[in-house]
Design a protein around this ligand. Structure first.
Ligand code: NAD
Length: 719
């Protein structure tokens, strides 16, 4: 065969001959990363035809010509184009055929993997005879399809278990998690790990070596337990049953994809590869046009859109590059923020009032980093480098050169204003000053500022190193330059960022308050603690509202309640039950005294019945689960619409992202606004009106919601 030069504009595949080995280069034109689309099928077939016709070819290498990544998966844009389950199944079957052909090519195939090798990318590599991966930090392998509500659709459910064994394959396919190169080598997912500089040379050599019989591909290295369990039908049944039970326990039956993946894998074991592929394509098709995938794909795009959003409308000024971060308050949040900043290479100076508090904060930073070290996510050298990036102080020394200062002192307006005045006098006039307050309007804090245009809110969530959201809050005085700097830095430290306008509780705390207060009122009426939590976990929240309050801190809930009542009056006043438990001094898990019992290690136990004595409701009243769910969820989504109506939110998209990634609103429902669209604004308005008639002051439907109901309009007109 002859080499093909890149054809202007169109081709994603080109070939290069290295003596008797052909390299198939993948380079999707005009895109930063390679993704697979049905339009590439013809190109693959053409290349395979050429290879099959040429007996001189002894080996084949598949590699990416992109600097960033091998193949990042199927092009998710395609999902929106499926018109029926049949249509989507056909696309899956087409992909399977291409990879079947790749697998059967007359010469041995080697995948040369550098960077992201995800979904269809990994399925392509699985159809090769041999896999070489680079030891670069960006090299990760995964089948993340379940995260988009579907299953691998190009043979992944069949080839992965054959390669790495049933248990390891289930772990990868059901979680979708990333596997790094060294782990991939250990589990037999790749055959070799090399330095990026020699990847292609090694891959070419291995292709030739396989052809000459010099080397052998190491098919799977399953352990004894896998052979015992997966190798016989009874053992396999046990594995599948256990996996099913664990999926149902984790997902409460809300996510069909992991269960479908189990069915597809099982079909392959029970009835052979071909049947397995057929089942895979059929289930892929059904899931791809299903409701859960529709919502998860929406969130995928919504999240991507926030990544490209500078945070201001119109022409965005350049963001200030952040080399140094000052943090005020070395408590729980201050230390958390420091721990993610140093991981991105930012110098951090952290101030508290007393040396022992500074020391405690630095210890917390170290604990977060140590956990990463123990989990082998960073090397010892990186760990030590990160530790020297953070320094502590009890004065403002070192703050003059900070690009951003984040204040995370006590939730008290006076303290926050005092700290702002002190800090401002020491800072570079161009530095951004951010408060991490969770409720106090930024404008009120900024009233104390000389330079209110540099003041905004950067609301991180706890624990900072785990929670994906950052809510940036801007006042009418905040400059665009300050906003874009805060947004860009939030993205740099790995957060999904939404920008909201100022107001009490901004967006997330405000809608959470509406939801938590309703849970509290149900307690006032005598509903059981575990019944309330169960109803909302069944709806899809990761934990129920009462457990959440124990986690966040009942005292913190009390603070929030006071600020929200000051601003919104009785509508947002905390329930009697909550007030009494706050007054009783219970703080939740951190004080090992909350609504639930906690053991020495802080692990949660049963409901602490003594709480009912504090609330004064020893006699429980039965409240139906659907009433609990409706009241809490409708209070939340109605408040979300009020935030959009009042301009706190810029878009419904931000409202969905904020609730899902900040508060754990069920992803399979897409967020509050997608949920309203699904249920129907008219249905929600009529239920709200009924609730309003029963509980006079707090369920009055938002004007914008009523408008949507009347006009039968959706917040998201698209798919
Ligand atoms: P915390 O009590 O753990 O820490 C506050 C720290 O600020 C303490 O170490 C205290 O000594 C220090 N401090 C007080 N006055 C100071 C001053 N003048 N100069 C320097 N340091 C001073 O509190 P936290 O939970 O970290 O909360 C901090 C802020 O973050 C609050 O505004 C809170 O509302 C907000 N927040 C908290 C959470 C959460 O879940 N804990 C979540 C989001 C936002």
């Amino acid at each position: 065969m002859s080499e093909t030069a890149p054809r202007a504009g169109a081709a994603a595949l080109t070939t290069e001959l290295r003596d008797d080995v052909v390299i198939i280069w993948i380079d999707v034109p005009g895109e930063p990363v390679n993704t697979l689309t049905p339009s590439m099928v013809g190109e693959f077939e053409q290349v395979f035809d050429d290879i099959e016709k040429d007996p001189a070819i002894k080996g084949i290498v598949i590699a990416s010509a992109k600097p960033a990544g091998f193949i990042a998966g199927a092009d998710v844009e395609q999902f929106a184009k499926f018109t029926s389950a049949h249509d989507a199944s056909q696309v899956s079957a087409l992909g399977q055929e291409v990879l079947n052909r790749l697998e059967k090519l007359p010469a041995p195939t080697v995948a040369a993997i550098h960077g992201a090798c995800l979904g269809g990318g990994l399925e392509t590599a699985l159809a090769c005879r041999y896999r070489v991966a680079t030891n670069h930090a960006s090299t990760v392998l995964a089948l993340p399809e379940v995260q988009l509500g579907v299953i691998p659709g190009m043979g992944g459910t069949q080839r992965l278990p054959q390669l790495v064994g049933l248990q390891a394959a289930l772990d990868m396919i059901l979680s979708g998690r990333n596997i790094r190169a060294v782990k991939a080598l250990k589990m037999g997912l790749v055959d070799e790990v090399v330095h990026p500089a020699i990847l292609i040379d090694i891959a070419v050599d291995r292709a030739r070596g396989l052809s000459e019989g010099r080397i052998k591909s190491t098919r799977r290295s399953s352990g004894a337990s896998d052979i015992l369990l997966a190798g016989n039908p009874i053992g396999r049944s046990v594995v599948f049953r256990k996996a099913r039970e664990s999926v149902i326990e984790k997902t409460h039956g809300h996510y069909p994809a992991p269960l479908a993946a189990l069915d597809a894998i099982r079909a392959g074991y029970d009835r052979g590869f071909k049947s397995g592929l057929n089942m895979e394509a059929k289930l892929f098709g059904e899931l791809a046009v299903g409701e859960v995938s529709r919502q998860l794909v929406y969130l995928f795009f919504a999240r991507n859109a926030t990544r490209k959003d500078p945070g201001v409308a119109g022409e965005a000024p350049e963001a200030r590059s952040v080399r140094k971060l000052g943090i005020l308050g070395a408590g729980f949040m201050g230390a958390g923020i420091a721990s993610i900043a140093v991981q991105e290479g930012t110098l951090v100076r952290i101030k508290d009032t007393e040396p022992k508090r500074v020391a405690a904060g630095l210890r917390s930073v170290r604990d977060v980093l140590r956990e990463r070290l123990v989990r082998k996510q960073i090397t010892r050298l990186e760990y030590e480098d990160m530790l020297v990036m953070v320094g502590g102080t009890t004065d403002y020394s070192g703050f003059a050169s900070a690009d951003i200062v984040i204040e995370a002192v006590f939730e008290d307006l006076k303290v926050k204003q005092t700290v702002l005045r002190e800090a401002e006098a020491m800072l570079d006039p161009e530095a951004v000053y951010a408060s991490n307050t969770s409720t106090i309007p930024i404008g009120r804090i900024a009233d104390a500022a000389e330079r209110p245009e540099r003041v905004l809110g950067m609301h991180f969530f706890s624990p900072v190193h785990k929670m994906p959201l950052l809510e940036v809050i801007v006042t009418p005085k905040t400059s665009a330059a300050a906003t874009v700097t805060a947004v860009a830095y939030g993205k740099e430290v790995g957060k999904t960022v939404i920008v909201v306008n100022d107001g009490p509780g901004f967006y997330t705390t405000r809608i959470l308050s509406a939801y938590m207060n309703e849970a509290g009122r149900l307690l006032d009426e005598g509903a059981a603690i575990e019944a309330i939590d169960k109803a909302l976990v069944d709806f899809g929240f990761p934990v129920g509202p009462i457990t959440l309050l124990d986690e966040v801190g009942i005292d913190i809930g009390g603070h929030v309640g006071r600020t929200m009542t000051e601003s919104f009056g009785a509508r947002m006043a905390p329930s009697d039950a909550m007030r009494k438990v706050v007054e009783a001094g219970r703080t939740g898990r951190k004080g090992k005294s909350g609504f639930y019992k906690y053991d020495e290690k802080g692990d949660k136990g049963a409901v602490d019945e003594a709480v009912y004595g504090i609330i004064g409701k020893e006699h429980r009243a039965e409240v139906p689960a659907n009433e609990i769910t409706e009241r809490c969820v409708f209070a939340m989504v109605n408040e979300a619409v009020l935030c959009l109506e009042e301009g706190i939110l810029r878009t419904a998209r931000d409202g969905d992202i904020g609730a899902v990634f900040g508060l754990g609103f069920p992803p399979f429902r897409g967020g509050p606004f997608r949920y309203i669209d699904t249920v129907g604004a008219d249905t929600i308005v009529s239920r709200l009106e009924e609730l309003h008639a029963r509980f006079s002051n707090r369920f009055s439907p938002a004007r914008l919601l009523v408008e949507h109901a009347r006009a039968r309009k959706r917040f998201h007109p698209g798919r």
